[in-house]
Design a protein around this ligand. Sequence first.
Ligand code: GTP
Ligand code: SPV
Ligand code: MN
Length: 614
Amino acid sequence: MVDVDEVLDRSGLKSAQVREHVRYWAALTGAASVEVVDAADDDRLIAEALAAGEIAPVSGGCYYARSYLKDTARSEQRTIVATADPDDAGVYNNWRPSSHMRPLLEERMRGASSGKTMYVIPYLMAQPGSPLEEYAAGVELTDSRTVVLHMIRMARVGVAHLNNLADPDKFVRAVHVTGDLENLGQGTDDDQRYFVTFADERTILHFGSSYGGNALLGKIAHGLRQASYDGWASGKFLAEQFMLLGITDKETGRKYHVCGGFPSASGKTNLAMTLAPDALGDRYHVEFYGDDIAWLWVGQDDGRLYAMNPEFGVFGVAKDTNEATNPTALEAVGAGTKTLFTNVAYNPKTREVWWEGRTPQPPSDVDGWLDWTGRAIADRTEAERFEAWAHPNSRFTTTLANVPNIARDFDEPRGVPIDAVIFGGRTRDREPLIRAIPDVAEGVYDGLTLGAEATFAAEGVDGQLRYDPMSMRPFMSYPEGRYAAHWLAIVGAAREKPIFAHVNWFQRDPDDGHFRWPGYRENLRALLWLVRLKNGEVSGAPSPVGVLPTRDELELQGLEIDPTDLDVLLSIDIARWQQEMGFRQAHLEQFADLPEPIWAAHRRVARAVDDAAG
Ligand code: GTP
Ligand code: SPV
Ligand code: MN
């Protein structure tokens, strides 16, 4: 048995409660050694991981890792929220009694790290000094060095964050044990994996994966599931799967902050990192704050709605990232950034990486190229010729400071005041480019009825049409009716209300399937219209489901778009919406205790749609 105390003494980790957490799990998992990690250890850990063959070099000082073949995305089926109170069961949170889950996890984890090092990662999911700092401290224990490298990029990591807690017992206890990946029955009836957040104990136990949200526990498990539970239990804040950006109008000097939720792999990173379209670049500057998580609260001093990004890095989808779609992302993963790429294609000879959409065609000289599974492209049979080189959920991990348009004040604890909250997703019809919703209850209602196509970011759901409230369906930790009430309470308490909107970059022409809207950098045009509407500079055209931009109100200079596509994007298909209102009724009826203002909003919209149908 390792002398845990000796290791902890050396690391300067003083908190008795943290030490107890480490001691308990080191003994249970049977780890051969314990090591406390600080962000300053990155270079050494990189060197060790290279030497061990866990990662490989990419030219320009970046790195490449491959995950196990059957471990390439979040699992929704195996993700559970457990508490002591059966009343915490909702429709989506996959609730189980903690008394039942705890022994199951301990059984799986017992002895499962034997022979391995257990890394202790003290982290903070907030800017130091943030008004929400007390909810942000955590300690992840993991038996994977690659997970450590990811956590150092994605969170603020170091012993200092845990030594001076106001309440020494208030930190998230997180444990990640990889398990024997080749024998876990992923996706079968005998699936051994469990990803459990014990929300009322602020404990996260994940077993059976070393990929993304399954393993980087500060991110989704703490930053979303645990934090949204904490925000509700304390009555103080919201934690949402939101991007967060700033838009400066250089002509007026005004700055706007927009946050909003789209389901996984539906465009948050791309939107938050966007540059203004060339034709508008002289006037508008976009700043990146966050791409996946925002915590929102009402400011004590001015009563405005504030938001911050608790993360320290970006875990972004690689697919289709290129000079045209997202030049800032390419810079953020370029030379000198120490980016970690996972499950893209790799060429060990040239130390290059490639993914679908990086260039229009894959490299023509296939010499040395390996697909994401490690197979040589040159060995492919004719039938395999068109298979993807990279996994669709392959990702890059880079730290925020590498993003060229990172906001100057991203690290400041005070957060930024929110002007607009948007919801969106992959919707091939029905949803116009943008519809603004000035009323708070109707805005919250819109978030609750967000319907979109699911993506490859989660196992086994790609392409399914489903409702995904506020894009939080996979991360929901308490019942939906209370979630809605908590939203109304927090936003309702703000003195200046944000404007809401629903956006859709993914409408398609049913005849040939092309995207009607060019997307990416052009998306800023819709947001500019929205903040202008909030300012009263434009008035839009009313519709039963919100206010739509008129053609002249959208700044269209420099945009190439088919006029028919634009007409469809700026109009409403009433028949389709009538049908949708029936689906929404059934969707909302699942939720217990849905607040009356939400039902009232639903009835109002349904009536307006019916009236428009005549
Ligand atoms: P998570 O990290 O899983 O939460 O995803 P995300 O919401 O941040 O999605 P991301 O921005 O990484 O985009 C996912 C995929 O959608 C990528 O392949 C993008 O290229 C594509 N995408 C993003 N924005 C647009 C857009 O405006 N139009 C189109 N057609 N595709 C887009
Ligand atoms: C998502 O799936 O929404 C992600 C990636 O942001 S993961 O961290 O794997 O959950
Ligand atoms: Mn996400």
